[in-house]
Design a protein around this ligand. Structure first.
Ligand code: RUB
Length: 321
């Protein structure tokens, strides 16, 4: 039986869908927190307060609502899986507590992983380096900020990142960290690569073959960086590893609304054309120099070993009806 998710869950799902909450790590922690709020609400609601099975069903329904918001960042289902796999107890109160504890533990681990990978990524950067960024990644920022904290002087060339201009968020965060920022349009990236020592990007998902799924434009940037001889790293904590790719599944690339690309009046004026707006692309492993995680840095081709270690039991779907 299906149960209406708590208002807090619907609100979080809506915020993820509209990208008010965005970025793989931020989506994951918001989803885990929403499950804790669902547990509190279900433990207090008439229909579920004294019925453990109804409580469990309401948790699975909430997870499905959150799961259906955006398809590409695997951190979202990985967060839901982490919390639901730890849901246990024969009373609603025990179930509630296990969900809240798992949610807290997940968010804490996420923060610690980001801090740890920041140290690893920072070690790749030298005093005086200029980095180029694409989109807004809290994992990528953690590396640059850690380098600054190590006393290195770092400057940044920040790609605007059409169509939603998440580069503005990165520019502000770096400026706050005391990093001199030069903002450029995406198509200026190759011209500026000559002045750059490292490209640092995040990831929404990492496939078993080492392919990096990140904001549209990452793959072109990586190919250009290789051609210019500039190293490129992906900063990605291990919740970005996509367990289903171990069994041959591909990662779904989100297609977003055309109004993000062109306003309806301009489109009307041009006449009959198609507009497409893929949000992400895949960078083949051979164009990526390193994947930086909380367990250290890996060549993309060997990430599968870590993936088997962490997700070897397969990708169960504990939210299935
Ligand atoms: C965000 C994006 C980010 C990754 C990593 O895309 O591509 O690089 O999610 O971010 P969108 P983080 O804006 O469409 O969500 O390191 O913060 O997890």
């Amino acid at each position: 039986t299906d149960t209406e998710p708590a208002p807090a869950v619907s609100e979080t799902a809506e915020s993820i869908a509209t990208m008010e909450i965005r970025g793989a790590a931020t989506i994951a922690s918001a989803a885990a927190e929403a499950l804790a709020e669902q547990a509190e609400a279900a433990a207090a609601a008439d229909a579920t307060a004294s019925d453990p099975e109804a409580f469990r069903a309401s948790m699975r329904a909430a997870a499905r609502t959150l799961r259906e918001t955006r398809p590409t960042a695997v951190s979202l289902p990985n967060a839901l899986r982490y919390v639901l796999q730890r849901m246990e107890g024969d009373s609603v109160d025990r179930l509630r507590r296990s969900v809240v504890d798992a949610s807290d533990a997940f968010v804490e681990q996420l923060d610690r992983a980001q801090e740890d990978l920041g140290q690893v990524g920072a070690n790749r950067l030298a005093d005086g380096d200029t980095v180029m960024t694409h989109c807004h990644s809290t994992d990528a920022l953690a590396c640059i900020e850690a380098a600054v904290e190590q006393g290195k002087s770092i400057s940044a060339v920040v790609k605007e990142t059409r169509p939603r201009q998440q580069g503005h968020i990165t520019a502000e965060a770096l400026r706050d960290a005391g990093v001199p920022v030069t903002l450029i349009v995406d198509s200026a990236a190759r011209r500026y690569l000559d002045e750059v020592d490292h490209v640092v990007v995040g990831a929404d998902s990492i496939a078993a073959d080492g392919g990096v799924i990140n904001k549209i434009g990452t793959s072109g940037l990586a190919v250009n960086a290789r051609e210019r001889g500039v190293p490129i790293m992906t900063a990605a904590q291990t919740i970005k590893l996509h367990p289903e790719t171990l069994t041959g599944h591909t990662v779904e690339i989100e297609m977003r609304d055309e109004t993000e690309v062109i306003d309806p009046d301009a489109r009307e004026e041009i006449g009959e054309i198609d507009v497409e707006n893929p949000a992400f692309d895949v960078t083949p492993p051979r164009y990526m120099d390193a994947i930086v995680t909380e367990h250290g840095q890996f060549p993309p081709e060997s990430i599968v070993t870590l993936m088997r270690e962490l997700f070897g039991e397969g990708a169960a779907e504990p939210w299935a009806e």
